[in-house]
Write a protein that binds this ligand. Structure first.
Ligand code: GLP
Length: 260
Protein backbone atom coordinates (compact mmCIF):
# COMPACT_ATOMS: atom_id res chain seq x y z
CA UNK A 1 0.00 0.00 0.00
CA UNK A 2 1.48 3.32 -1.05
CA UNK A 3 1.11 6.15 1.44
CA UNK A 4 0.88 9.78 0.25
CA UNK A 5 0.62 12.39 2.98
CA UNK A 6 -0.35 15.87 1.79
CA UNK A 7 -0.23 19.09 3.77
CA UNK A 8 -3.98 19.68 3.75
CA UNK A 9 -7.34 18.62 2.33
CA UNK A 10 -7.03 20.80 -0.80
CA UNK A 11 -3.66 19.37 -1.73
CA UNK A 12 -4.77 15.82 -0.92
CA UNK A 13 -7.68 16.28 -3.32
CA UNK A 14 -5.43 17.76 -6.01
CA UNK A 15 -2.91 14.91 -5.72
CA UNK A 16 -5.68 12.31 -5.80
CA UNK A 17 -7.16 14.10 -8.84
CA UNK A 18 -3.86 13.98 -10.77
CA UNK A 19 -3.38 10.34 -9.83
CA UNK A 20 -6.93 9.34 -10.77
CA UNK A 21 -6.69 11.07 -14.15
CA UNK A 22 -3.49 9.15 -14.91
CA UNK A 23 -5.12 5.88 -13.91
CA UNK A 24 -8.26 6.54 -15.95
CA UNK A 25 -6.15 7.43 -18.98
CA UNK A 26 -4.15 4.25 -18.51
CA UNK A 27 -7.21 1.97 -18.30
CA UNK A 28 -8.88 3.71 -21.23
CA UNK A 29 -5.74 3.15 -23.29
CA UNK A 30 -5.93 -0.58 -22.53
CA UNK A 31 -9.64 -1.30 -22.90
CA UNK A 32 -12.87 0.08 -24.38
CA UNK A 33 -14.42 1.08 -21.08
CA UNK A 34 -13.23 1.75 -17.57
CA UNK A 35 -15.35 0.61 -14.61
CA UNK A 36 -15.17 2.94 -11.62
CA UNK A 37 -16.72 2.80 -8.16
CA UNK A 38 -16.77 6.24 -6.49
CA UNK A 39 -17.67 6.43 -2.81
CA UNK A 40 -20.17 8.91 -1.51
CA UNK A 41 -19.52 11.02 1.59
CA UNK A 42 -17.76 14.28 2.30
CA UNK A 43 -14.12 13.27 1.82
CA UNK A 44 -14.06 12.90 -1.99
CA UNK A 45 -16.23 16.01 -2.58
CA UNK A 46 -13.38 18.26 -3.71
CA UNK A 47 -11.86 15.50 -5.83
CA UNK A 48 -15.22 15.16 -7.61
CA UNK A 49 -15.45 18.91 -8.05
CA UNK A 50 -11.99 18.94 -9.61
CA UNK A 51 -13.06 16.14 -11.95
CA UNK A 52 -16.24 18.02 -12.88
CA UNK A 53 -14.34 21.24 -13.54
CA UNK A 54 -11.04 20.07 -15.02
CA UNK A 55 -11.21 16.62 -16.54
CA UNK A 56 -13.10 17.08 -19.82
CA UNK A 57 -10.56 16.76 -22.60
CA UNK A 58 -8.40 14.55 -20.39
CA UNK A 59 -10.84 11.68 -19.89
CA UNK A 60 -13.54 10.39 -22.21
CA UNK A 61 -16.31 9.98 -19.65
CA UNK A 62 -18.56 8.37 -22.26
CA UNK A 63 -16.33 5.32 -21.89
CA UNK A 64 -16.59 5.20 -18.11
CA UNK A 65 -19.16 3.07 -16.28
CA UNK A 66 -19.97 3.99 -12.70
CA UNK A 67 -21.09 1.41 -10.15
CA UNK A 68 -22.36 2.43 -6.75
CA UNK A 69 -20.28 1.47 -3.70
CA UNK A 70 -22.93 1.53 -0.98
CA UNK A 71 -26.38 2.77 -0.05
CA UNK A 72 -28.85 2.91 2.83
CA UNK A 73 -31.48 0.21 2.54
CA UNK A 74 -34.79 1.35 1.02
CA UNK A 75 -33.82 4.99 0.61
CA UNK A 76 -35.18 6.28 -2.73
CA UNK A 77 -32.50 7.64 -5.05
CA UNK A 78 -34.12 11.09 -4.86
CA UNK A 79 -33.77 11.27 -1.06
CA UNK A 80 -31.23 13.96 -0.15
CA UNK A 81 -29.61 11.61 2.41
CA UNK A 82 -29.10 8.79 -0.08
CA UNK A 83 -25.67 7.96 -1.42
CA UNK A 84 -27.16 7.76 -4.92
CA UNK A 85 -28.22 11.39 -4.62
CA UNK A 86 -24.69 12.27 -3.47
CA UNK A 87 -22.84 10.68 -6.39
CA UNK A 88 -25.49 11.68 -8.93
CA UNK A 89 -25.28 15.34 -7.97
CA UNK A 90 -21.51 15.56 -7.40
CA UNK A 91 -20.17 13.29 -10.11
CA UNK A 92 -22.54 11.57 -12.51
CA UNK A 93 -24.62 14.58 -13.55
CA UNK A 94 -21.81 17.18 -13.72
CA UNK A 95 -19.75 14.80 -15.89
CA UNK A 96 -22.75 13.76 -17.97
CA UNK A 97 -22.04 10.08 -17.38
CA UNK A 98 -24.75 8.00 -18.97
CA UNK A 99 -23.80 4.49 -17.87
CA UNK A 100 -24.19 3.89 -14.15
CA UNK A 101 -25.59 1.20 -11.88
CA UNK A 102 -27.38 2.12 -8.66
CA UNK A 103 -28.60 -0.38 -6.07
CA UNK A 104 -32.06 1.15 -5.64
CA UNK A 105 -34.63 2.86 -7.80
CA UNK A 106 -36.69 5.98 -7.26
CA UNK A 107 -39.09 4.12 -4.96
CA UNK A 108 -36.28 2.70 -2.81
CA UNK A 109 -36.73 -0.86 -4.17
CA UNK A 110 -33.75 -2.92 -5.36
CA UNK A 111 -32.99 -2.16 -9.02
CA UNK A 112 -32.00 -5.81 -9.44
CA UNK A 113 -31.23 -8.78 -7.18
CA UNK A 114 -27.89 -8.14 -5.49
CA UNK A 115 -26.25 -11.34 -6.81
CA UNK A 116 -27.02 -10.13 -10.32
CA UNK A 117 -24.85 -7.10 -9.70
CA UNK A 118 -21.86 -9.31 -8.84
CA UNK A 119 -22.47 -11.24 -12.07
CA UNK A 120 -22.70 -7.98 -14.04
CA UNK A 121 -19.41 -6.76 -12.57
CA UNK A 122 -17.81 -10.01 -13.68
CA UNK A 123 -19.24 -9.64 -17.17
CA UNK A 124 -17.86 -6.11 -17.36
CA UNK A 125 -14.41 -7.58 -16.71
CA UNK A 126 -14.19 -6.49 -13.05
CA UNK A 127 -13.69 -3.09 -11.50
CA UNK A 128 -10.77 -0.94 -12.55
CA UNK A 129 -10.77 1.76 -9.88
CA UNK A 130 -12.36 2.19 -6.49
CA UNK A 131 -12.30 5.60 -4.82
CA UNK A 132 -12.88 5.06 -1.12
CA UNK A 133 -13.37 7.15 1.94
CA UNK A 134 -12.74 5.31 5.19
CA UNK A 135 -15.05 5.00 8.17
CA UNK A 136 -13.92 6.09 11.62
CA UNK A 137 -14.11 2.38 12.49
CA UNK A 138 -12.04 1.40 9.44
CA UNK A 139 -14.92 0.38 7.18
CA UNK A 140 -14.83 0.54 3.39
CA UNK A 141 -18.22 1.15 1.83
CA UNK A 142 -20.53 -0.39 4.40
CA UNK A 143 -18.22 -3.32 5.08
CA UNK A 144 -18.29 -2.94 8.83
CA UNK A 145 -15.72 -4.45 11.22
CA UNK A 146 -16.04 -8.23 11.21
CA UNK A 147 -16.92 -8.38 7.48
CA UNK A 148 -15.35 -11.44 5.85
CA UNK A 149 -12.54 -10.70 3.43
CA UNK A 150 -14.41 -12.80 0.83
CA UNK A 151 -17.74 -11.02 1.33
CA UNK A 152 -19.82 -10.05 -1.70
CA UNK A 153 -22.58 -7.54 -2.40
CA UNK A 154 -25.09 -7.78 0.44
CA UNK A 155 -27.34 -6.09 2.97
CA UNK A 156 -25.59 -5.28 6.24
CA UNK A 157 -26.60 -4.00 9.65
CA UNK A 158 -24.88 -0.65 10.25
CA UNK A 159 -22.87 -0.17 13.42
CA UNK A 160 -23.88 2.54 15.85
CA UNK A 161 -20.59 4.35 15.22
CA UNK A 162 -21.31 4.49 11.46
CA UNK A 163 -24.87 5.70 12.03
CA UNK A 164 -23.61 8.39 14.41
CA UNK A 165 -20.87 9.54 12.03
CA UNK A 166 -23.38 9.74 9.15
CA UNK A 167 -26.18 11.38 11.13
CA UNK A 168 -24.86 14.71 9.80
CA UNK A 169 -26.43 13.81 6.46
CA UNK A 170 -29.85 13.33 8.11
CA UNK A 171 -32.20 15.25 10.39
CA UNK A 172 -30.83 13.26 13.34
CA UNK A 173 -29.43 9.90 14.49
CA UNK A 174 -32.85 8.22 14.56
CA UNK A 175 -33.38 9.09 10.91
CA UNK A 176 -30.27 7.17 9.81
CA UNK A 177 -31.38 3.81 8.38
CA UNK A 178 -30.27 0.76 10.35
CA UNK A 179 -29.30 -1.27 7.32
CA UNK A 180 -27.16 -0.61 4.31
CA UNK A 181 -26.20 -2.27 1.03
CA UNK A 182 -22.58 -2.55 0.03
CA UNK A 183 -20.24 -4.08 -2.50
CA UNK A 184 -18.20 -6.69 -0.64
CA UNK A 185 -14.56 -6.84 0.36
CA UNK A 186 -13.90 -9.56 -2.21
CA UNK A 187 -14.97 -7.17 -4.98
CA UNK A 188 -12.68 -4.48 -3.56
CA UNK A 189 -9.81 -6.90 -3.35
CA UNK A 190 -10.27 -7.98 -6.98
CA UNK A 191 -10.27 -4.41 -8.33
CA UNK A 192 -7.19 -3.37 -10.29
CA UNK A 193 -6.64 -0.10 -8.38
CA UNK A 194 -7.88 1.06 -5.00
CA UNK A 195 -7.58 4.69 -3.90
CA UNK A 196 -8.40 5.60 -0.30
CA UNK A 197 -8.83 9.20 0.86
CA UNK A 198 -8.82 10.28 4.51
CA UNK A 199 -8.94 13.77 5.90
CA UNK A 200 -9.11 15.30 9.35
CA UNK A 201 -8.42 14.15 12.91
CA UNK A 202 -11.51 11.91 13.14
CA UNK A 203 -9.89 9.54 10.67
CA UNK A 204 -6.51 9.47 12.41
CA UNK A 205 -7.13 6.37 14.49
CA UNK A 206 -8.44 4.32 11.56
CA UNK A 207 -5.56 5.44 9.34
CA UNK A 208 -2.90 4.71 11.95
CA UNK A 209 -4.40 1.28 12.62
CA UNK A 210 -4.44 0.64 8.88
CA UNK A 211 -0.75 1.36 8.54
CA UNK A 212 0.48 -0.09 11.82
CA UNK A 213 -1.73 -3.17 12.42
CA UNK A 214 -1.50 -6.40 10.47
CA UNK A 215 -4.35 -7.35 8.15
CA UNK A 216 -7.38 -8.30 10.27
CA UNK A 217 -11.16 -8.47 9.84
CA UNK A 218 -11.79 -6.01 12.67
CA UNK A 219 -10.32 -3.37 10.38
CA UNK A 220 -11.97 -3.95 6.97
CA UNK A 221 -9.70 -1.45 5.16
CA UNK A 222 -6.71 -3.62 6.08
CA UNK A 223 -7.69 -5.90 3.18
CA UNK A 224 -5.82 -3.36 1.04
CA UNK A 225 -2.52 -3.75 2.91
CA UNK A 226 -1.24 -6.32 0.46
CA UNK A 227 -3.36 -5.37 -2.54
CA UNK A 228 -1.05 -4.99 -5.56
CA UNK A 229 -2.16 -1.45 -6.45
CA UNK A 230 -3.60 0.41 -3.48
CA UNK A 231 -2.89 4.07 -2.70
CA UNK A 232 -3.67 6.01 0.42
CA UNK A 233 -4.01 9.80 0.16
CA UNK A 234 -4.06 11.48 3.55
CA UNK A 235 -3.90 14.99 4.81
CA UNK A 236 -1.49 15.69 7.65
CA UNK A 237 -4.34 15.85 10.19
CA UNK A 238 -5.58 12.39 9.32
CA UNK A 239 -2.03 11.05 9.35
CA UNK A 240 -0.95 12.51 12.68
CA UNK A 241 2.57 13.15 13.94
CA UNK A 242 3.93 9.63 13.89
CA UNK A 243 3.02 8.93 10.27
CA UNK A 244 4.16 12.38 9.16
CA UNK A 245 7.55 11.64 10.76
CA UNK A 246 7.73 8.25 9.11
CA UNK A 247 6.55 9.09 5.58
CA UNK A 248 7.11 12.85 5.32
CA UNK A 249 4.68 15.27 3.72
CA UNK A 250 4.56 15.57 -0.07
CA UNK A 251 5.67 18.85 -1.55
CA UNK A 252 2.89 20.76 -3.27
CA UNK A 253 4.49 20.62 -6.69
CA UNK A 254 5.41 16.94 -6.52
CA UNK A 255 3.19 14.72 -8.70
CA UNK A 256 1.14 12.06 -6.99
CA UNK A 257 2.35 8.51 -7.36
CA UNK A 258 3.71 7.49 -4.02
CA UNK A 259 6.59 7.82 -1.64
CA UNK A 260 7.26 4.12 -1.41
C1 GLP B 1 -19.49 6.14 5.04
C2 GLP B 1 -19.70 5.36 3.76
C3 GLP B 1 -18.44 5.22 2.95
C4 GLP B 1 -17.62 6.47 3.10
C5 GLP B 1 -17.14 6.57 4.53
C6 GLP B 1 -16.47 7.89 4.85
O1 GLP B 1 -20.18 5.53 6.09
N1 GLP B 1 -20.25 4.06 3.99
O2 GLP B 1 -18.78 4.96 1.61
O3 GLP B 1 -16.50 6.41 2.24
O4 GLP B 1 -18.16 6.29 5.45
O5 GLP B 1 -17.38 8.95 4.72
P1 GLP B 1 -16.92 10.48 4.83
O6 GLP B 1 -16.02 10.72 3.68
O7 GLP B 1 -18.20 11.27 4.74
O8 GLP B 1 -16.23 10.62 6.13
Amino acid sequence: MIVNICPDYQEMSRQAFAFLIEKLQFFLSQKDRAVVVPSAGSTPRLLYRLLAENSTGQVDWKRVIIIQMDEYQSLPTGDAGSMAHDILSHLIEPLNISEFLLFLDESGALSRPLQELDAMIKELGGIDIFVHGIGENGHLGFNEPGSAFDSQTRIVELSESTRRANSRFFAGFDEVPQYGITLGLKTIWKARTNIVLASGPKKREAVNRLILEPKNVDLPASILKDHPDSHLFLDAEAAGEELVKRFGVMENEKLAGGNG
